[in-house]
Ligand binder design. Structure first.
Ligand code: PLP
Length: 431
């Protein structure tokens, strides 16, 4: 694998960009070595600046469910570009996107577009506090909801990878009202409600956790959250920034049949351009300015290029009635191939998968919460990552992340990934 150009560019980046990256996990600190700089993507593949090509299972961390440069998205963005890049005024495209989101995710009676998942969760929490007149938020250990101050408490994703789940710079006041329960542990939530019930504004949860690696909700966990919040007049917020349009057109709430009060969306909703959204019950959303007193705004919110890409992606997913069946079939093939290869070479690991998101946890038997995830063998993960990379498979460069399968992955891509794992495991198992 050639890497001279990536190495040189990364050194240059480190001089001016903190850590050489614009988002921490991109620096590969969890797996060692230096990152490859990506030059282009096409379908299921990415190519780095040294000319190496990889089958991509990062998919820009979730948005690219149709793969890179899907023709429909390229066309939509190009068409939008002909009319201008941004106006800071209402457009017809954003009305169409709002209508489609609300149709696909029926709990979203009204929706506001923003530019990042962080903005979506931050705004949803402000709204929940305003609606209930209560200060406290319950979040789950290992769930990541972006980097707003009040949410960087026991956070997953990069915050977990770097051992910084409670970031310096977050003043006590900002995080004081955030209280933490254990994922898949309903009694831990019941205890918080017993103690703080009338002061809890909302419970925010990734319905399928993607930021401690993939962790599915145990049967009944999400419906218990629904019951508890309803009983205590608190709101239930589903952070579907990853799961929205990934697990089903209606997201995890469709799959698990639980209707939250508010939902945060991002990633796929913007089709690979910066866009996110939050929405939910009409009477809550009506509190937002300019109709209500809760302030929330954005210069580039509803940006026409992002909206065009999001709309094209959602329309494409809605057009293909078999999209989610295909994703399930492809992802199951990958999971089964990986499981078999790991077993054959006697490498202890468990694979968690829900639809097209999946994580291999090494050295543990089952992972149901953040504490289980933290026990996984990170050194072996690093070896796995580099072993796969050398064999042309690009995976998330950190153990507490999800790998994503897209509709662009062909049978040959998936076979290549299974074969790569088999060859890595053959060396690793015997060594
Ligand atoms: N919520 C979840 C579940 C996420 O996975 C992420 C990012 O990965 C966010 C929120 C934050 O989104 P963004 O990175 O667009 O700010």
């Amino acid at each position: 694998m050639r890497s001279a150009k990536s190495r040189a560019w990364f050194r240059r980046a480190q001089r001016l960009i903190p850590g050489g990256v614009n988002s921490p996990v991109r620096a590969w600190k969890a797996v060692g070595g230096h990152p490859v700089l990506i030059a282009s993507g096409n379908g299921s593949r990415v190519r780095d600046v040294d000319g190496n090509e990889y089958v991509d299972f990062v998919g820009s961390w979730g948005p690219l469910i149709l793969g890179h440069r899907h023709p429909r998205i390229v066309r939509a963005v190009r068409d939008a570009l002909q009319h201008g890049t941004t106006f800071g005024a209402p457009t017809t495209l954003e009305v169409r996107l709002a209508e489609l989101i609300s149709k696909l995710v029926p709990s979203i009676e009204k929706v506001r577009l923003v530019s990042s998942g962080t903005e979506a969760t931050m705004s949803a929490l402000r709204l929940a506090r305003a609606f209930t007149g209560r200060p406290k938020i319950v979040k789950f250990d290992g769930c990541y909801h972006g980097h707003a101050d009040g949410l960087l408490v026991r956070a997953g994703s990069g915050a977990a990878t770097f051992g910084l789940p409670d970031s310096p710079g977050v003043v006590g006041g900002a995080a004081r009202e955030t209280i933490v329960a254990a994922f898949n542990d309903s009694p831990s939530v019941e205890r918080l409600f017993a103690r703080y019930g009338s002061r809890i504004a909302a419970v925010i949860v990734e319905p399928v956790c993607g930021n401690m690696g993939v962790i599915p909700p145990q049967p009944g966990f999400l419906s218990t959250l629904r019951d508890l919040t309803r009983r205590h007049h608190a709101l239930l917020i589903f952070d579907e920034v990853i799961t929205g349009f990934r697990l089903a057109l209606g997201g995890a709430q469709e799959l698990y049949r639980v209707r939250p009060d508010l939902t945060c969306l991002g990633k796929i909703a913007g089709g690979g351009l910066p866009l996110a959204a939050f929405g939910g019950r009409r009477e809550i959303m009506d509190l937002l300015a300019p109709d209500g007193p809760v302030y929330q705004a954005g210069t580039l919110s509803g940006n026409p290029l992002s909206v065009a890409a999001g709309l094209a992606t959602l329309e494409e997913l809605a057009r293909d009635r078999n999209a989610y069946r295909k994703l399930e079939r492809k992802s199951r093939f990958l999971e089964e191939g990986f499981t078999e290869a790991l077993r054959r070479h006697d490498i202890a690991a468990v694979i968690n998968r829900v639809g097209s998101m999946m994580t291999v946890f090494f050295g543990v038997r089952s992972v149901r919460n953040a504490a289980d995830a933290r026990r996984c063998d990170r050194r072996r993960f690093a070896g796995f990552f580099h072993g796969m990379l050398r064999r042309g498979i690009y995976l998330p460069p950190a153990p507490f992340e999800a790998a994503f399968v897209s509709l662009a992955h062909s049978r040959a891509d998936l076979e290549r990934a299974v074969d790569a794992l088999d060859r890595w495991a053959a060396r690793e198992g015997s060594g």
